[in-house]
Design a protein around this ligand. Structure first.
Ligand code: WT7
Length: 651
């Protein structure tokens, strides 16, 4: 059981200044569990409802009748909550600070008034293109203010956005456009990132090549590069905006109308469309943003995620803007022009809360402290991490070198499915333990189960799988177009509970430590990847007969992708073929899915019934084949010796 020698208690001033101190957390948490409906009815008041809800929750986790509804008879508009309601008090306050890829280019400051005008115009353009309530709109965008305008414009007219991370390939984009039957795709000509340009519009053209000649495309001019144009189907945003008004009344939406779909990887099959709705999601995003980061009026908040991930949805756009915050949006990467860029931006914009991923911290830590030391980081009040467990070494570097030993770190555990943080320390309230997500957020009831018997493990100093016993307003409602898959994925293994897919430990003090996925999902640089997706990309190559993909520990990425590949009869393995397969996977899925190691496998270890023994493949990939366990049920035990002998990861 992890048991750090040093914990970090909040200072008296931090505890006093925070929304809640240790005692405050205990009391508020107890109240949230004792009477959840009363608690959440109170929290729902942070939203401006058009019609206030009279019902709070209607939840059933039973397989076959899973149903999750919050505030269901309330009506609201999410964009109005993120913009209009702030105009009277903070119309001239900056809503979005945009920091471009090139450090020498000027940052933009967009006030709430300006945001209102941009979003209204954008919404009218979408209407002009035939988009209405309930229609799906796919965004494939760089990190530019127009990405936020597009999200909020969809929300304003009741359209459902589905953002596809701009690092995904044309094929992956096409599959997602198809899966949600999108009417319009919003993109830009190109996306500068780290000094290089991705040709987004070209990718959209490829994605729309086949039978998609009805899908329109709205293009934001970012780079001015040459692009191929489909007359009658492609439209420039700036041209369309010339002919629309900047008045667009917000649509009245039901609390349970979908706000967005976000595709994420699972342990089987194609990515699933996680559906989040309006009222509960916004309540939860706003509340977690305020408490987890101890956000106060006037603070400058920076989350370095991309809007293509849920982190960007909840903590660049919806949470901060619902709270009337100033949110920073960064187009670039942490290492361009050099490894000091994050700290340069923090200094320049006087950032108060900074939220990033462990993988970025590990990469920066490796470049040395000199990239941090020159900068004035005295405005930082809270540091956050998300995406994977943070190793104590990176935690300590973040705490001591970036935070100068004075700034609390919140290690936030959550998922695309959860809409917002489910476990996290709170600044000013929690005695911090490096590497632990520690305690449940208000209203969340985590349980540790025995993995095979599904029995609840009580007490402390225990380990098992992590489930959540109750619902919370930010919980996903369904898988787009496949409610059965939703039930099966999250409610069938451990009946009556939401199954997270993660393992965890609860230490002697009752603090939680996430130990990682217990399913076939891997976490590469904080990006979630289904091993099945990479496998199906590999076997789609004509020279590949079979493949098995597992994760292995990687110093910077957290986990790397290790692919065992069996070639077609008569195909010779070679370094060129290895390169070819790497490129193949990049085009099938995207650069983040490129295997780090490919091992040629004459055969894969299978049971007599033909099931691949992944446990063995994981061990070999980890270079830990001393304890392979029982291999007697294998059809051909000898293949294991060959795999060990030719393993690619030797410590
Ligand atoms: C999975 C969810 C939620 C935004 C980013 C990832 C892992 C996430 C932590 C953390 C340990 C973490 C879990 C989870 N994870 N945050 N603080 N400590 N593990 O969202 O792509 O939906 O991935 O990321 O394994 O299940 P996602």
């Amino acid at each position: 059981m992890p048991n750090p020698d040093t914990t970090y208690a909040p200072s008296a001033e931090q505890a006093k200044a925070a929304h809640v101190d240790a005692k405050g957390y205990e009391e508020m948490y107890a109240a949230s569990i004792a009477d959840p409906d009363a608690f959440w009815a109170e929290q729902a008041k942070r939203i401006d409802w058009m019609k206030a809800p009279t019902k709070v929750s209607d939840v059933n986790f039973d397989l076959g009748s899973v149903n999750i509804k919050w505030f269901e008879d309330g009506t609201l508009n999410v964009a109005a909550n993120c913009i209009d309601r702030h105009l009277a008090e903070r119309g001239t306050q900056t809503a979005i600070i945009w920091e471009p890829d090139e450090a020498t280019d000027e940052a933009q400051h967009i006030t709430y008034q300006q945001l209102h005008a941009h979003v209204c115009k954008f919404a009218n353009v979408l209407k002009e293109m035939g988009v209405g309530k309930g229609d799906r709109v796919v965004l494939y965008m760089p990190m530019i203010p127009q990405a936020a305008y597009a999200m909020l414009a969809c929300a304003r007219i009741g359209a459902i956005h589905s953002i596809v991370f701009a690092g995904f390939s044309a094929d992956a984009l096409g599959a997602r456009i198809d899966a949600c039957d999108a009417k319009v795709v919003i993109t830009s000509d190109g996306a500068p990132r780290g000094g290089r340009v991705t040709n987004l519009k070209d990718n959209v053209n490829k994605a729309l090549l086949n039978d998609f000649d009805t899908v329109k495309c709205l293009v934001v001019k970012r780079t001015g590069q040459q692009i191929a144009w489909r007359d009658g189907l492609d439209f420039w945003l700036h041209e369309m905006e010339e002919n629309v008004s900047n008045d667009c009344p917000p649509e009245e939406m039901g609390a349970e109308d979908p706000l967005f779909i976000l595709y994420t990887s699972g342990s089987t099959g194609q990515p699933k469309g996680v559906v989040h709705t309006t009222g509960g999601y916004l309540t939860y995003a706003a509340m977690t943003h305020e408490y987890t980061f101890d956000y106060h009026d006037g603070d400058i908040f920076w989350c370095t995620a991309d809007v293509g991930w849920v982190t960007g949805h909840s903590y660049i756009v919806y949470g901060p803007l619902a709270n009337g915050a100033t949110t920073l949006m960064f187009e670039g990467v942490p290492t361009y022009p050099d490894a000091g860029r994050f700290w340069d931006v923090c200094q320049k914009h006087k950032v108060n809360q900074f939220y990033t991923a462990p993988t970025a911290l590990r990469a920066l830590m490796g470049q040395g402290n000199s990239f941090v030391e020159g900068y004035d980081l005295s405005d930082l009040k809270v540091l956050g991490t998300v995406g994977e467990p943070i190793n104590p070494e990176a935690w300590n570097w973040y705490y001591n070198v970036v935070g100068k030993g004075k700034v609390p770190i919140v290690d936030t555990w959550w998922q695309t499915e959860t809409g917002g943080h489910l476990m996290t320390p709170l600044p000013g309230a929690t005695n911090l333990k490096p590497g632990s997500a520690q305690q449940p957020f208000f209203g969340i009831k985590p349980l540790v189960l025995e993995p095979t018997t599904a029995e609840v493990i009580e007490g402390n100093d225990v380990e098992g799988v992590l489930v959540i016993a109750n619902s919370w307003p930010g919980q996903m409602r369904t898988v787009w177009g496949d409610h059965e898959r939703f039930e099966k994925t999250y409610f069938s293994d451990y009946p009556g509970y939401y199954f997270t897919g993660d393992g965890c430990k609860r230490d002697a003090d009752g603090d939680y430590w996430i130990t990682g996925r217990v399913d076939d999902v891997i976490n590469v640089s904080g990006h979630r990847m289904g091993t099945a997706e990479v496998e199906s990309a590999l076997v789609a190559h004509e020279k590949v007969a079979e493949s098995a993909v597992v994760g292995y520990p990687h110093d910077i990425k957290g986990q790397g992708i290790y692919a065992y590949v069996t070639l077609m009869n008569g195909v010779e393995p070679s370094d060129e073929l290895r390169k070819e397969l790497e490129t193949w996977v990049r085009t099938e899925i995207g650069p983040i899915a490129k295997p780090d190691l490919i091992q040629w496998a004459p055969g894969l270890p299978k049971t007599r019934s033909g099931k691949i023994m992944r446990r063995i493949l994981r061990k070999i990939a980890e270079d830990d084949f001393g304890a392979l366990g029982d291999t007697s049920t294998l059809a051909e035990p000898a293949v294991v010796d060959d795999l060990i002998e030719n393993r690619m990861n030797r410590k």
